[in-house]
Design a protein around this ligand. Structure first.
Ligand SMILES: [Zn+2]
Ligand SMILES: [Zn+2]
Length: 283
């Protein structure tokens, strides 16, 4: 009993104190201050994370049957992305980055003053709860946006249909988005840490984690180590549930968690039969 109590005390002291992340934060702010203060830093961080996180999934798709062990985790094993679908998504992503993300970044760089770096690091507990809070807030915002862009035909056709070109998603399909969708996602990812008064380190951790889980949602594989399996009771949807959304577009509107879909009756945990798919595609 005494041992358990002292273990809990040590856990709370370590995770709740600033000291755990302070050496990392000090080394970052003292050695890379000018880069970190630049308004361009969050953009560079998220864009580079996107391409780095896509690479392993891309390798799994390219290697295909040569990596038999990996292929057992493929959600739709009979459907593999073709070279032309990968090239299409890569070209949409590059177009959006050239003509939207880059000009927006330069505008921020010119108009926004460099941010101040606080002396103190967040505690590990603050960082983890901040990342989770930001993710939950984004999940709710995107649920509403996504529902409206499926229910209102004009919004769907004009802004969201491009993301539904592929009913068997793959990593590069994550950012196969219209400019409007990319701007909305970027806006919330930037605004939410300000609303929640997150520390800069928490903000960057959230941005990187959000890029990762968005790619994981689309990767087309349900690995035993996927984020879905870190949460109990199927509360985190992840790849398998977002894959269902791409096959059965009137379900699973939340990007990450399942609770809003359960509350509003749009949840589906199963893969559709071919007749259901035909019905959804014709609606
Ligand atoms: Zn998607
Ligand atoms: Zn959709």
């Amino acid at each position: 009993m005494e041992l358990a109590k002292s273990c809990v005390d040590i856990w709370i002291r370590s995770f709740g104190s600033c000291s755990l992340l302070q050496p990392l934060w000090d080394s970052l702010r003292l050695n890379y201050k000018d880069y970190l203060r630049s308004p361009l830093f969050p953009v560079a961080l998220t864009v580079s994370s996107y391409f780095v996180f896509c690479l392993p999934f891309l390798a799994c798709d390219i290697m295909g049957d040569k990596w038999v062990w990996i292929q057992q985790f493929k959600i739709q094993p009979s459907r593999r992305p073709t070279a032309s679908s990968m090239l299409h998504c890569a070209s949409v992503t590059l177009y959006n980055h050239m003509f939207l993300v880059l000009p927006a970044s330069v505008a921020q760089w010119v108009w926004r003053p460099p941010v101040d770096l606080p002396d103190q690091a967040p505690s590990l507990l603050d960082l983890l709860s901040g990342v989770l809070g930001n993710l939950l807030l984004f999940d709710f915002q995107y649920y509403i946006w996504h529902l409206l862009h499926h229910k209102i035909r004009w919004l769907y056709v004009t802004f969201h249909a491009i993301h539904h070109q592929y009913s068997s998603p793959f990593a590069l399909a994550t950012q196969c988005l219209s400019g409007w969708e990319l701007i909305t996602v970027g806006f919330w990812t930037t605004l939410n840490p300000i609303i929640l008064k997150s520390h800069l380190l928490t903000t960057w951790a959230f941005m990187v984690f959000h890029v990762y889980v968005s790619i994981e949602d689309h990767c087309g594989y349900d690995f035993p180590w996927s984020t879905t399996h870190l949460f109990p009771c199927g509360i985190y949807g992840g790849a398998s549930k977002h894959d269902v959304h791409h096959q059965k577009p009137n379900t699973n509107f939340a990007p990450h968690f399942s609770h809003w879909d359960i509350v509003f009756g749009t949840h589906s945990g199963s893969f559709p039969s071919s007749s259901e798919k035909d019905k959804d595609n014709s609606s």
